[in-house]
Design a protein around this ligand. Structure first.
Ligand code: SAH
Ligand code: TYD
Ligand code: ZN
Length: 407
């Protein structure tokens, strides 16, 4: 088995520390009438010995993951809508220009840019998945259906001029060709512009053992330490960081041209915290791997026990994340009969490889199972408050972050 790879940031050696087994494309929900060969890959995670960037050992070709049928719609969570509305306000309030231009990488269904558009500000979303991009356009958002890289960035600059802010949420970690993206950021940004991006934070992932954040699309698992080094290597400077509660724990990073902004104290504080936690020390990574295996085994045994006792068990949230835990733990439709989800593009389909049917979440109240596995654990507050009747009528939630627990 391959134990090393080449770092996408610095070219150094990436040493494997976690094997998550054979996995499908996490968002490739299958039409029951189209069952056939499904793409699989071996999900191996490593850490660069030179720049501490945690990353997959092998990238899945982007055209297999993103495109017309990409089924994830960012506006499916009201909490995320509110988060991106306040993000848009904060980004716009930080711009001095009279005619600002905002670019978003991975604008999806326009959840953030619709707030920018409503304020009459020039903007452009760069989004390769045509289905979600059209939903954004219908909200009045300007979109270029494309992958962001140096060529796209140069052409945007030629057409629209430089960007005061480039923003990206839950997308930068999806892009292995990161050097081309950062070249593009430098080409597109005004002299004092900022590049703000937010992604799952590796410190949260290790603290919560939330290893389901690792899947084909999540190529990088960033930290302040690795992002600072990546920025410096690519002619940018990490000038601020902010921890976010959304999606189970993220970090928002602000990059600027070196010397153009004061570096906030939060940067050194986060790097010191990561060092104190030994975030990417061999011992810590081994410990993380042990927790991952323990949680996978515990989840499977609990589900087997529930099945043997004749309990009805369903899932809640057909997340991309769930494909990691389902396939790693060897879960199938004998353990979980179906998964509830509010997303129309997922309903009526089967989970990739494990083939668990996905049904409309509006039926959860009427045909409730004894136990619901909360695959969308990052939206626990929103889901459990909307589905309060489930617990009140005796239903139990099964969660596995940070531990396998029935509540
Ligand atoms: N920003 C949204 C969407 C995250 S999902 C949110 O936070 O909810 C990731 C998105 O990135 C998908 O819509 C995918 O199509 C898009 N994407 C993938 N590679 C990209 C690239 N190179 N440039 C721009 N967008 C990309
Ligand atoms: P999410 O955890 O945001 O992302 P990922 O797929 O990247 O792991 O996915 C949340 C899923 O849960 C999405 O398919 C929509 C669904 N969902 C519900 O069914 N009900 C809800 O109330 C919410 C917030 C989400
Ligand atoms: Zn490296």
């Amino acid at each position: 088995m391959k134990g090393t790879g080449s770092c996408q940031v610095c070219g150094g050696v990436v040493t494997k520390f976690l094997d998550l087994g054979t996995q499908p494309l996490s968002d490739a929900f299958v039409h029951p009438e189209n069952l056939g060969d499904e793409f699989t890959h071996h999900l191996l995670v490593g850490c660069c010995v030179d720049c501490a960037m945690v990353q997959l050992l092998q990238a899945v070709p982007r055209e297999l993951m993103f495109g017309e049928e990409y089924p994830y719609y960012s506006s499916g969570s009201r909490i995320m809508q509110a988060h991106f509305s306040s993000t848009a306000d904060a980004l716009l309030d930080g711009i001095a220009s009279d005619d600002p231009f905002v670019v978003e990488i991975g604008s999806n269904d326009g959840v953030m840019l619709e707030c920018v558009a409503r304020r009459g500000v020039r903007h452009l979303g760069v989004e390769p998945s045509g289905g979600v991009a059209r939903v954004a356009e219908a909200k009045g958002v300007d979109v270029r259906v494309d992958y962001f890289d140096i060529d796209t960035a140069t052409s945007i600059r030629d057409e629209h001029g430089p960007a005061d802010v480039i923003f990206s949420a839950n997308t930068l970690c999806h892009i292995p060709y990161i050097t081309s993206v950062l070249d593009g950021v430098r080409a597109l940004l005004t002299p004092d512009g900022v590049f703000v991006f937010e992604d799952p934070y590796f410190l949260d992932i290790t603290e919560k053992s939330s290893f389901d954040q690792i899947y084909d699309e999540h190529f990088f698992l960033f930290s302040a330490t690795s992002v600072q080094s990546m920025a410096a290597r690519n002619g940018l400077e990490l000038v601020d960081v902010e921890r976010l509660q959304v999606h189970g724990g993220e970090m928002r990073y602000t990059l600027a041209r070196p010397g153009s902004r004061t570096v906030a104290g939060a940067v050194a504080a986060a790097i010191a915290e990561e060092a104190a936690a030994g975030l990417t020390s061999p011992g810590r990574l081994v410990e993380f791997g042990e927790s991952v295996r323990r949680i996978g085994n515990e989840l499977r045994s609990v589900l087997e026990e529930l099945r043997d006792r004749g309990c009805s068990v369903a899932g809640y949230g057909a997340t991309a994340k769930s494909s990691t835990i389902i396939n790693f733990a060897g879960i199938d439709s004998s353990h979980i009969s179906h998964i509830y989800d509010t997303t129309p593009s997922k309903q009526g389909r089967l989970t990739p490889l494990s083939h668990i049917p996905i049904v409309d979440a509006s039926t959860f109240g009427t045909d409730r199972p004894d136990v619901a596995v909360l695959f969308a654990w990052n939206h626990a507050d929103e889901i459990q408050s909307a589905e309060a009747a489930f617990g009140e009528s005796g239903g139990r939630w099964l969660t596995y972050v940070p531990d396998v627990r029935i509540t």
